[in-house]
Design a protein around this ligand. Structure first.
Ligand code: APR
Length: 233
């Protein structure tokens, strides 16, 4: 037995582009079509719950129509040789569908809902019954809301994520513009001697850190990275 090296991976919306989901920023991005203030803040929720619920019902329908892509699959394959820990900003479950075993969701999960009551209990939605409507309540009678971290809300998993990042032997970033905090700040916790790789077909600025950039989409980029990682075995 040998100890596998810890490969810590931070993923964003670009990870799921080749599956058919859109990014948030840039051409065709979600936030070009919807206003954050209308659908992804607690104020939006208090103002018009049905509008927010509808937005996430549509996101779930989209998710149910797509499958994991090559990039997701290569990350699963890497578990053979590395201790792979994925920290994702994505609310889709494509990493899990592909078969990744350690996935931490920083921004919540589309296929879950949460009670607005004091217990904030979380419930799974099923693919046959994924819509939430006004009046859908938890067993204690509180309205159910999307299990999503909205803008302005705390990121409850952040400390766990920092802990994982601090123990990385290799750090990989895939498909995130690194514009949303605190997620983007995780890069600061990567130990100085650890190599950082980034897969993104577009330019991403990550200040104050030397990064090995693979200027490709998630699928092709992961194939190239898999070869580069051989030197750590
Ligand atoms: N493969 C890999 N990366 C890609 C691909 C692809 N095929 N296509 C685009 N990208 C890259 C873009 O170049 C961009 O750098 O994916 C990145 C997506 O950036 P954003 O749209 O900003 O998404 P993300 O960084 O995940 O957003 C963070 O913002 O709105 C919130 O909560 C939401 O979790 C999200 C957070």
């Amino acid at each position: 037995m040998y100890n596998k090296k810890k490969l810590v991976v931070l993923t964003g919306a670009g990870m799921s582009v080749e599956s058919g989901l859109s990014t948030f920023r840039g051409a065709g991005g979600m936030w070009g079509q919807h206003r954050v203030e209308d659908v992804a803040t607690i104020e939006a929720w208090y103002r018009d719950k049905q509008k927010v619920l509808d937005f996430y019902n549509i996101r779930r329908k989209e998710l149910l129509g797509v499958k994991p892509n090559l990039g997701h699959a290569v990350l699963v394959e890497l578990e053979k040789d590395f201790d792979v820990k994925i920290i994702t900003q994505n609310v889709d479950n494509l990493h899990e569908q592909a078969g990744s075993t350690h996935v931490l969701h920083l921004h919540g999960e589309l296929m879950k809902v949460r009670s607005c009551g004091p217990g904030a209990e979380v419930y799974d939605l099923s693919p046959d019954n994924y819509e939430t409507r006004l009046g859908d309540t938890c067993p204690k009678g509180y309205q159910l809301r999307p299990h999503i971290v909205w803008f302005g809300e705390a990121v409850p998993e952040m400390n766990i994520a920092i802990d994982i990042v601090e123990k990385a032997d290799i750090f990989l970033i895939i498909g995130t513009s690194l514009q949303v905090y605190p997620a983007a700040s995780l890069l600061r916790y990567v130990p100085a001697e650890v190599s950082v790789y980034m897969i993104d077909p577009n330019e991403v600025s990550a200040n104050n850190r030397e990064i090995n950039i693979i200027n490709k989409g998630a699928g092709e980029g992961m194939l190239e990275l898999k070869e580069k990682l051989r030197k750590y075995l």
